[in-house]
Design a protein around this ligand. Structure first.
Ligand SMILES: Cc1ncc(COP(=O)(O)O)c(C=O)c1O
Length: 358
């Protein structure tokens, strides 16, 4: 029985959804949304805050400030509230209303950039604002998720070994790319592992992270309007770009089977499904990382008017959304009243490589 006295002490690390009955391919989705911050960004937030505390950068007088499209902001709000720091989140108009309200409920201040005020789009505008704040008052401490090494180290220490323990025969890992903290932490870990793992990055169409043409992106989380400073492409085997309309369709497809996931998860599952369809993947042990859950997207991805305004009247008319069309096999019977026991899981596996420099 987990009992906690601080909200960041709990994070479900061993929950996977077997998506075979929904997407028609074997794919284990690691669910990272089951913690009090509701997303994978809790891991990066905690690692960065604790490193800043250890380094003496963060003191009781400090005011944390960060640019975030929302989920890191919620995680930092939660940690700041628990540890007694003040926190200002600089976000933009693409963020979800519920995410903003959550940060305010946790006692944080939220500054919303009204538009793409400067060159570099929303992100450039947010970063300029944070820099100006830090220059104006030295109580501000900017963790800078885009450059902070703690961002990828969090996943090297936690996410990747969690997967390695449960899937010792892993062949391919699908990871969404935002700041690329998750991607780089996992890719570095598996590069040192006992067998080759294909690392497939999943990005949104319109993101320039891996080059490509900048375009409109309305779903926060994945994708960047600049090259991510943490990204080292030599660790990435392949990149898949997913159009937002496909993200939306995948989210609805999963929701029709009872799994209400967020936009990042929909993007990763869409990209992974496409990859598995293109490859002869019957014997492939594949895992995808699902960073978020769906409640924060009720007024966007799960709202018909928002969807139709942005992606057209027919966005959900596709056969792909209708229950059954993707499913190669019927849904398994429910296991009422039974907890997943260890026998249902993949065999436990290999020893983990140690963290770099440790
Ligand atoms: C919900 C969600 N998923 C995925 C990501 C991207 O993860 P990373 O920044 O580690 O690349 C973010 C980034 O903010 C996010 O909020």
């Amino acid at each position: 029985m987990p009992v906690v006295s601080v909200p960041y002490a709990f994070n479900e690390e061993d929950l996977y959804v077997d998506l075979r009955s929904i997407i028609g391919h074997s794919l284990f989705l690691k669910c990272e949304g089951f913690n009090f911050a509701g997303s994978i960004k809790l891991k990066a937030a905690l690692e960065m805050v604790e490193a800043a505390e250890r380094d003496g950068v963060l003191t009781p007088e400090s005011i944390l400030v960060e640019s975030s499209s929302g989920n890191l902001g919620v995680a930092l709000s939660m940690i700041a509230a628990s540890k007694g720091y003040r926190f200002l989140c600089v976000t933009d108009s693409r963020g979800n209303l519920s995410t903003r309200m959550m940060m305010e409920a946790l006692g944080s201040q939220v500054h919303m950039m009204a538009g793409q005020e400067a060159n570099g789009g929303f992100l450039g505008a947010r970063i300029e604002y944070v820099r100006a704040l830090c220059a104006s008052d030295d109580r501000y401490v900017w963790l800078s998720q885009y450059t902070n090494q703690g961002n990828w180290k969090a996943h090297y220490r936690t996410t990747a070994p969690e997967i390695a323990r449960q899937f010792p025969q892993l062949d391919v890992l699908f990871v969404g790319a935002g700041t690329t903290g998750t991607l780089m932490g996992c890719a570095r870990y598996f590069r040192e592992w006992h067998r080759p793992v294909r690392i497939v990055a999943v990005d949104s169409v319109g993101s320039v992270s891996f080059g490509g043409v900048p375009g409109r992106r309305m779903i926060p989380g994945l994708g960047m309007s600049m090259r991510p400073p943490l990204l080292d492409e030599s660790y990435v085997d392949e990149v898949i770009h997913v159009a937002e309309a496909d993200t939306v369709r995948t989210c609805h497809r999963l929701a029709r089977r009872g799994f209400l996931f967020g936009g990042s998860t929909g993007t990763v599952v869409s990209g992974a499904t496409d990859w598995l369809t293109r490859h002869d993947a019957r014997e492939v042990m594949a895992v995808a990382i699902g960073p978020d859950l769906g409640e924060r997207y009720l007024d966007t991805i799960y709202q018909t008017n928002w969807l139709q305004d942005l992606y057209g009247e027919d966005v959900l008319d596709s056969d792909e959304v209708a229950a059954g069309s993707w499913a190669a096999t019927p849904a398994p019977p429910p296991r009422w009243g039974r907890r997943l026991d260890p026998a249902d899981r993949q065999p436990q596996g290999q020893p983990a490589p140690s963290a770099p420099g440790s």
